[in-house]
Design a binder for this molecule. Structure first.
Ligand SMILES: [Zn+2]
Length: 481
């Protein structure tokens, strides 16, 4: 088995602005989120710190989905080829990307590894759906999906095993109910993104880029500081297109058979990738407080003589913070304090408490803010209050920073030349588009890698950048991941 050589970084020595991709790869390793040295291309190991972070994000969607009445399920990893073939168009699009599985000594592969949930779930939906009373079905699963990507793989962004991927699938008796479900999924997604202090760009796909027969799709994008757009989740109103392929039918009150209406939504670890790329800085990660596995790290500063006293106090404060449901960690290792600071800065812990003998004697505590690098001295009695205020302030500032960055990275272009210049300047272009297939294709293929990847949810009057006809759509053009 061959694996391309991988540099194992021991320290973060690249500035984010100098080379975002190298910086990203170093941060992933040095902050101990993942280990990319696993021998299979496009697969990596989640390390405990990284796994805690992604599980914190999963907990957010678990709570939101379940409170909305969408229940968690699990479908098998092995998908029979005959199931997958039920949707021939889908199958033809996916077959070359799929991992094919066969038993020992078997000539033919009978299964593929789940590339998406549809081919495993929808044949079961057909069994479950008999009458109107069986609907709606509203479920989700959080699983790995598999694509035998031949292109360059990027951890958490383009993997062969796409880990911690959630997909909601719902089945409804009416079009209106399905539309309501779409509205709900938009709200749920907004809340997930808000928790991560990220503002997504939501775009529509033109009809010809959606699955034939589907009503429409909204895709989420993150605008990355290098001006590239990263697809980050999608929300599909499938109409009756899949129901017709998978024979998902129900009898109404009059005994008449109808095809069901379906919605599906999915996203996963790319959310973590986006927050690393958007929030991180030259010192490493910056974890949004709501998903930070550790929100406050206590770094006692002690010597041989005062060790016991300082550690005792640090221990007390650690317990106090935990009692108040603040995720705290006490670093009582006997290593140079500078090394401790460096370690926790790379991991992006929002607040560091510095505690030495002098502070203890004065009933004072020093808080260091990871985002601003500022240190504040507070009274010990105000600890919980001040920590809560600081966590909120970091959350709000990160969210505002992302919004500001999105504005800074988006520029309007009135000609193709301007589009090219904007992209050369590592930004994303916003253009007027008439809505025609022909002009879409022309914009889409300006140069390699650049594409018109979607249009704004709101319409706006202008002149098409290609044909100069009156236009209603605003299209976004960028290099994409
Ligand atoms: Zn046009």
């Amino acid at each position: 088995m061959k694996k391309e050589s991988i540099e194992q970084a021991n320290e973060l020595n690249i500035k984010k602005e100098e080379d975002l991709s190298k910086w990203y790869n170093q941060v992933l390793q040095v902050s101990e989120l993942i280990d990319k040295r696993y021998i299979v291309k496009g697969c990596y190991v989640w390390l405990p710190y990284g796994y805690k972070a992604i599980m914190k994000i999963k907990k957010i969607w678990d709570k939101l989905f379940q409170e909305a009445g969408i229940q968690e399920t699990y479908f098998p990893l092995l998908v029979p080829v005959e199931y997958a073939k039920q949707n021939d168009q889908w199958f033809n699009g996916f077959k070359e990307e799929a991992f094919w599985v066969k038993g020992y000594n078997k000539e033919k592969a009978d299964y593929i590894l789940r590339p998406t949930g549809e081919p495993a779930m929808y044949p079961m939906f057909a069994l479950w759906t008999r009458t109107k009373n069986d609907l709606p079905i509203r479920i989700y699963e959080t699983v790995s999906s598999f694509r035998h990507e031949t292109k360059h793989t990027i951890p958490l962004i383009r993997d062969r095993e796409i880990t911690v991927w959630h997909e909601i699938h719902t089945v409804h008796a009416t079009k209106e109910e399905a539309e309501k479900e779409v509205e709900l999924h938009i709200k749920l997604n907004n809340q997930i993104w808000e928790n991560l202090c990220l503002e997504p760009l939501r775009v529509k796909k033109p009809q010809w880029e959606c699955f034939p027969g589907a009503v429409g799709a909204i895709e989420y994008y993150s605008i990355i500081p290098n001006g590239k757009a990263m697809e980050n989740g999608s929300l599909n109103n499938l109409g009756q297109a899949y129901a017709k392929k998978f024979n998902i039918k129900f009898k109404d009150e009059q005994g008449k058979e109808n095809y069901a209406w379906q919605v599906c939504t999915g996203n996963g670890a790319r959310l973590l990738a986006a927050l690393i790329l958007i929030h991180g800085d030259d010192k490493g990660l910056i974890m949004p407080p709501k998903i930070a596995p550790i929100q406050v790290v206590l770094t006692p500063i002690f010597n041989k003589d005062n060790k016991n006293k300082v550690l005792k106090k640090a221990d007390e404060l650690n317990e106090l913070l935990k009692k108040e449901n603040i995720r705290a960690h006490l670093d009582n290792r006997e290593i140079p304090v500078g090394k401790k600071f460096y370690n926790w800065e790379i991991k992006g812990i929002p607040i560091r408490i510095e505690l030495g003998l002098k502070e203890i004697e004065n009933n004072k505590i020093t808080l260091a803010n990871r985002l601003t690098s500022e240190k504040t001295q507070i009274k010990e009695d105000n600890l919980i209050k001040e920590i809560s205020i600081m966590l909120d302030s970091i959350h709000n500032s990160l969210y505002e920073n992302c919004k500001r960055l999105n504005k800074k990275l988006t520029k309007e272009a009135l000609s193709l030349k301007e589009v090219e210049n904007i992209i050369k300047d590592k930004k994303m272009a916003k253009v007027s588009w008439c809505g025609s297939n022909k002009c879409w294709d022309k914009i889409k293929k300006i140069t390699d890698g650049i594409e018109l990847f979607g249009t704004d949810l709101k319409q706006s009057k202008g002149k098409c950048i290609i044909c100069k006809e009156n236009s209603n759509e605003i299209g976004y053009v960028a290099n994409t991941y």
